[in-house]
Design a protein around this ligand. Sequence first.
Ligand code: B16
Ligand code: MG
Length: 217
Amino acid sequence: KTKAFIFDLDGVIVDTAKYHYLAWQKIANQLGIEFTPEHNEGLKGVSRVRSLDLILELGKIEASQENKDKWLVEKNEDYLSYLVDMDESEILTGVVPVLHYLKENKQLIALGSASKNARPILEKTGIIHYFDAIVDGNDVSNAKPDPEVFLRAAALLNMAPENAIVFEDSVAGIQAANIAHMTSVGIGDANILHEAAYIFPDFAHIETNFIETLVNK
Ligand code: B16
Ligand code: MG
């Protein structure tokens, strides 16, 4: 049997949240807004534009579109500066063996990410060749929990949503997968991701017989 395995990027394949945090913190500091790691949690899986809006709401700041555009560019330039030295060592533990196993077993693999920087990250970490389809922030107009990103990925692979499995670290992403009638697999804290059909703390805890079960479901 063939299934579509759709991976989120940040928090699932790589931990870019730490770099997003540093870059947003600079903007927040400039504006006199206190931006903590807890606040950053709420930005996981959220688009760049929406993230800035949430930070401005936090500081009760109303800004012109011109200023917002300027901060969005600044944030991304700063974020990209952290990615310059990125290599395969940044791939989260257990991810490559799963990608390898899926490829060996003729399964389809897609990326479903909100990030507009997804392709360069997959290239720099040396895993882009595993992906049969890539859907990222440049391709979709509706953010998770809207299922657009995952539905597009399944469509590109010519697979029905019911035959797709989504690996996600954000609540919004799990909800998007569920709304799309896909099998949701949460990567992270079981208390936070309780809406997922299955939950693992990380990929190192995912065994090949679990993947086999998904393939044969
Ligand atoms: P960019 P994911 C998301 O990636 C991040 O979790 C989120 O924090 C970020 O704001 C968003 O991508 C947009 O990223 O600024 O690079 O376009 O988890 O959907 O892979
Ligand atoms: Mg994520």
